[in-house]
Design a protein around this ligand. Sequence first.
Ligand code: 5GP
Length: 115
Amino acid sequence: MPTLFERIIAGELPATIVHRDDRVTAFLDIRPAAPVHILIVPNKAIATVNDIADEDESLMGHMVIVARDLARQQGIADSGYRLIVNCNSDGGQEVYHLHLHLIGGRHLGPMVQRA
Ligand code: 5GP
């Protein structure tokens, strides 16, 4: 079963794509948590951080470089932003296709609530 994000990458489901290259696709989150909320997704299906292979090292770096460039394009590089990767249940992962959240455009507050 292809993941939701594989279907977006394949053009089978609609999304507002803001970047695409041979390794990653970036699109707007459907339920944005802030004025800027972009998902940067590897084109190849990797379920979670636990499934990243050693040979994916440069792909992971590329995802961060794309996030950096999108932050500049969105005008939030100087005001700041947050990059998040959720993993599995306790991490709050909903879609099991690895993705980097780029979130900004407002003051985001503390990283997580302290118990
Ligand atoms: P996770 O919790 O897995 O780290 O984040 C999944 C994200 O995917 C959520 O922020 C959610 O709003 C977003 N999302 C879920 N379904 C869709 C969809 O069909 N289209 C888009 N663009 N985003 C989605």
